[in-house]
Design a protein around this ligand. Structure first.
Ligand code: GLN
Ligand code: ZN
Length: 799
């Protein structure tokens, strides 16, 4: 394996007393060239052994430490690394390993760890299922035999963690000492680090109880001694400080949760009076938990001052004099370069007041959520590039700030001036601002976000136009992207396959897909999305205002990484993006072919977005661009247009008080893009697995004529939200789980559909799989869809 790049181009900065220490809170684990992914995948496939995997992991950690040391980071974290997920690491550390994984004490085998992450048998199938992830790269892993733990989103990020599972009578034991081992590993290499642990209260709150009336927090007393044991060993190994992350502090906490925090940190202080804890909440402000946090017996408190700059004043006023404040002022969740002179102006008075030994500066949160090194991006527009900072650049910014705050302004004057100049240039750049977009946005009227007629009228007209049978059958859009297609796309990208040859292959695939859908008797067809690498990137690449990286990977889950588009400027659509594909597909068949688009909220939620504009404004801009596409598809003759909003639920803010505002503009954006069509044109939308209960009113307000949702694994329980709400429009509850290779038998799908019919009117129902079929194989999809069509026929034939 080639050496791991560490991307450090500056000389070592001598850290000494009187300087403001810089922390990173956590760094990306995946390696600048996705070294961890390669190592994991070759281990899983049996090509390499555990030693090779551990060797790569150790080299990544060492490179991470070396990079930070060379940059001048004072508080270098350890135990921020993970082979798969840090929540899973914590569960394993405390022995929260469900019985199904067959662990009975002693060291936890690597394969037990990976079984929790990915399931334990049918590894080859699990591999196939994960090879491309779900259609959008944010999927759930599935395996056979012992299933993996559940996976869900880490707060409001696109990182997914494995959900710890607790049973009644749950016991915790120290089962793995990874934090201690990694601390010692760093020490042996000459790095003094500050170990990071996920805090006990956040850990319990992130987990779920197997039994209904078991409150995970009730297990705190059982859990704390294990944490104390870890902390004790860290102390014994020489750690003076430990960073304990409690992101739950930025969410709505009730009194028992606050009491749990007091209990946990009181317990630690009592057991280990000399250990210094940097309590680290992030992803927002402390809000109503501020007094609770300030009263905890810890040595330091981190503040996310990017998401919640306003809390600084109150905290500074209330914090006891000895408390070290970690000021999270560089955005750990986004890719923009900071405006250092501006930050200095905010920080200087505070540092002067509290003294350099009672402040630290840091990113707002761990740098896990940003790509590693901008220097690798040789293909970016240099102007756009000059506005960006990835993890390495953010560390450099922090060190520059730290130096300036420690009386070294002159030393870093050039850097400060450059930073200020870049910020001014970005603000003024014509690449960012497009007067026509602003004018168009200003001219939006409420009517533009409203269909001409209410649903009933539209449904009647659509029925007359389309003449579909009861229980119409369709799919969500994508068909298997075979190796051939992916290889052709890659070759085309490298310039080794001509556009003509690439397009010919895609057309051949689309033609086959259409023929085949006709043959098995689907009612509403799709062209198959063979031309799309990713449902967001495909659009981003054709819209102005987006930039794409080559190496800007961030971890989505385990070995799945995504490269979010960077939304840097006003969005417009220079030319139609999908119309020709739709036209081609429709020319092959008399059955209706759905136009297939990604919605504005999903594009926004899966991108790095502007920090100089409210999210709502960026979303409306995208909505207008997609609206143009919708209108063009309609003009080309499309009778049905699907606008996927897979990520609406994902974008919900962490605090309930902020939900209404978000849902308000999210729904309005969808309606803005969907409402430019005639009554006869049927608008579809699709949502992946979500807690629909939380957003059912918003879904109804989106007013799509048809929505398809992921429901099969919940045995149609997810439909209840729609039933209880008396959702009036048409629904296609997914009848087969596309995440697994298994072919569902007809009877099973009939059964699910009957469940649906008991809850909703037959005229409301569509028949479709859970999600797109991009990651499946043709020989799985074929029999499954044949069965699905048969199931729909059975329902039609019922008395
Ligand atoms: N149309 C997309 C597809 O079929 C939808 C995927 C999604 O929402 N996850 O792949
Ligand atoms: Zn989906």
């Amino acid at each position: 394996m080639p050496p791991i790049l560490i991307g450090v181009s500056r000389m070592t900065f001598a850290y000494s007393a009187g300087t403001v220490p810089v922390s990173t809170l956590g760094t990306p684990r995946i390696g600048p060239r996705r070294e961890l992914k390669s190592a994991l995948e070759s281990y899983w496939s049996g090509t390499t052994d555990a030693a090779a995997l551990q060797d790569t992991a150790a080299r990544l950690r060492a490179a991470n430490w070396a990079r930070q040391k060379a940059l001048g980071i004072a508080n270098i974290p350890s135990n921020d690394f993970s082979l798969y997920d840090h929540v899973l690491d914590t569960a394993v550390m405390v022995g929260a390993i469900p019985a199904a994984y067959g662990w009975s004490g002693g060291p936890v085998p690597l394969d037990t760890y990976f079984a929790m992450a990915r399931g334990s048998q049918g590894a080859a199938q699990a591999e196939a299922a994960q090879a491309e992830g779900c259609a959008h790269g944010h999927a759930h892993p599935h395996a056979h035999g012992v299933p993996a733990l559940e996976m869900t989103k880490w707060f409001d990020t696109n990182y997914h963690y494995m959900v710890p599972e607790f049973a009644r009578g749950q016991r915790f034991v120290l089962a793995a000492t990874k934090p201690v081992e990694e601390y010692r590993e760093a020490k042996a290499l000459g790095y003094e680090t500050r170990p990071v642990l996920l805090g006990p209260v956040s850990f319990l709150r992130l987990g779920k109880a197997k039994e209904e009336r078991l409150d995970p927090l009730s297990l705190l007393g059982e859990l704390l001694p294990v944490y104390v044991e870890v902390l004790r060993r860290l102390c014994a190994s020489g750690a003076a400080w430990v960073q304990i992350d409690e992101p739950c502090l930025v969410t709505d906490l009730d009194a028992p949760a606050r009491a749990a925090l007091r209990e946990a940190y009181g317990f630690f202080a009592h057991a280990l009076p000399r250990l210094k804890i940097m309590l680290t909440p992030y992803f927002g402000g402390l809000g109503a938990n501020l007094d609770t946090a300030l009263a905890l017996p810890v040595a330091g408190l981190h503040l996310d001052l990017v998401r919640a700059p306003e809390q600084l004043r109150e905290v500074a006023a209330k914090a006891r004099a000895g408390l070290v404040l970690s000021l999270g002022i560089v955005d750990g969740r986004n890719v923009w370069r900071a405006n250092l002179p501006e930050l200095l102006d905010t920080l200087e008075p505070l540092v002067r007041r509290r003294g350099t030994d009672h402040v630290e500066i840091a990113p707002s949160c761990s740098l896990l959520h940003v790509p590693i090194d901008l220097a690798q991006e040789t293909g970016l527009d240099p102007e756009v590039k000059s506005w960006l900072a990835f993890a390495v650049q953010k560390m450099e910014e922090l060190v520059t700030l730290g130096t300036a705050l420690s009386g070294g302004r002159d030393v870093v004057l050039d850097k400060l001036l450059q930073s200020g100049a870049a910020a001014r240039a970005r603000k003024a750049s014509p690449k960012v601002h497009n007067g026509a977009v602003a004018a168009r946005l200003a001219a939006v009227t409420p009517e533009m976000a409203r269909r001409a007629s209410p649903f009933d009228t539209r449904a009647g007209r659509q029925r007359a136009r389309l003449g579909l049978p009861l229980f119409p059958t369709t799919t969500i859009g994508s068909f298997p992207q075979t190796r051939e297609v992916r290889q052709a796309r890659a070759a085309h990208g490298r310039g080794e396959l001509s556009a003509v040859a690439y397009e010919a292959l895609l057309k051949q695939e689309a033609t086959r897909a259409i023929r085949w859908q006709e043959e098995i008797g689907l009612d509403v067809l799709v062209h198959g999305e063979f031309e799309r690498n990713d449902m967001v990137q495909y659009f981003g690449e054709q819209l102005s205002g987006f930039a794409f990286t080559r190496h800007g990977w961030v971890q989505s889950y385990g070995s799945r990484y995504v490269r979010p588009p960077i939304l840097f400027g006003d969005v417009s659509r220079p030319a139609p993006m999908t119309v020709e594909w739709w036209r081609f597909a429709q020319s092959l068949t008399d059955r209706p072919v759905k136009g297939m688009l990604t919605g504005p909220v999903t594009i926004l939620n899966w991108s790095f977005v502007r920090d100089d504009l409210p999210r709502s404004t960026a979303c409306r801009q995208i909505a207008l661009a997609i609206r143009d596409e919708v209108t063009n598809l309609e003009a080309a003759g499309a009778a049905m247009i699907q606008i996927d909003e897979a990520a609406i639920r994902e974008g919900l803010p962490l605090r309930r008080a902020d939900w209404e505002a978000y849902l308000g503009w999210a729904v309005e954006s969808f309606r803005l893009c969907a409402s430019g069509v005639r009554d006869e044109t049927q608008i579809h939308t699709h949502m992946c697995y979500s807690e629909f209960n939380d957003i059912i009113a918003a879904i109804a307000a989106m007013d799509a004529d048809v929505i398809s949702i992921e429901t099969s694994r919940s045995k149609m329980e997810l439909l209840d939200a729609f039933v209880d709400y008396r959702y009036p429009n048409e629904i296609g509850p997914g009848v087969y789980d596309i995440h697994a290779p298994r072919v569902p038998p007809v009877a099973e799908m009939v059964d699910l559909l009957e469940k649906a019919v008991r809850r909703l009117a037959p005229a409301q129902l569509w028949v479709n799989p859970d999600c797109g079929l991009k990651t499946r194989q043709w020989d799985e999809v074929r029999p499954a869809l044949v069965n699905m069509v048969a199931a729909a026929h059975r329902l039609r034939e019922r008395p």
